[in-house]
Design a protein around this ligand. Sequence first.
Ligand SMILES: [Fe+2]
Length: 316
Amino acid sequence: MAFVAGSHHVTLSVGHAQEDVDFHVKVLGLRFIKKTVLYDGSTPVYHLYYSNANGDPSSVITTFPWAQHGIYGTRGTNQAREVLLSVPTGSLEFWSKRLSDHDIDSAFVDIFGQRRLAFVHPSGIEYLFVENEDDPRVGFTGGGVGTEHAIHGIHGVGIHVYDQDPSVDFAQNVFFAQEGVQEEGDRARFQIGQAGFGNWVELTGNRTDPQGTWRYGAGSYHHFAWNLRTLNNQSQVKFDIEGAGYTDISELKNRTYFKSHYVRMPGGALFELAVTHNEGGWDCDESPEELGSAFMLPEQFEDERESILAQLEPID
Ligand SMILES: [Fe+2]
């Protein structure tokens, strides 16, 4: 039986590289695990990876800093918009103060009976910390944030949609939604796949904003990746998605650390179907202790290393 295990990673188009590293590492205390480039297209752009302590699937945020090329996106409806991250229960006061110490405003909100803290990435992308009790994923403490506060990993994805129904239909009939849709105000939510955490989809009805950009552009959410766990399962899931009529699904792309297909769900969010295969994983080209310290390039770009580096903003 085909399945989705849970989430894999979140990918965002952000502003400048240094600003993004400072935000994720110095403010959020995430672990910097990989510095490489976007593998698609001819414009050299960094691909930066951040994670919790163990780099678990479901704990990774990756970014493309597009501002250095002057390419900006807009946030709107019919696109993924909110980065939902899971933090320990009782940690929100700490985070509110820490954000404020870094001149970032935040607001406490209550949604679906959970305490949350809303704030924005320097590029404008919306983040929500969601308190979760008993989340087993281990937060990274090397960035100066203690275990009792450190980010466990992804909580889910917030998607703004003109109409929630086609997305619920896709999730329930094609994409492994668990039983039951909860609704509160203009939000509906459900879990995808087998996991007990990190796999929430929240659909916000939004008929006010114009449609957000789908292309890469600083300040916009690009895609949400699901963990398909094995290559066999991944190809079965692709086959079944095509069988339901969603034939606009990409070929298998080799991202070195994982292999993926991409498909856009009816609400406009791009979903990635990722598998960390046997030859992949964050430590396939750097030792676990050295993750993120070198500038990694895939074989096809290795010959152009000097010229690529010369076109990228330096990162401290
Ligand atoms: Fe991705």
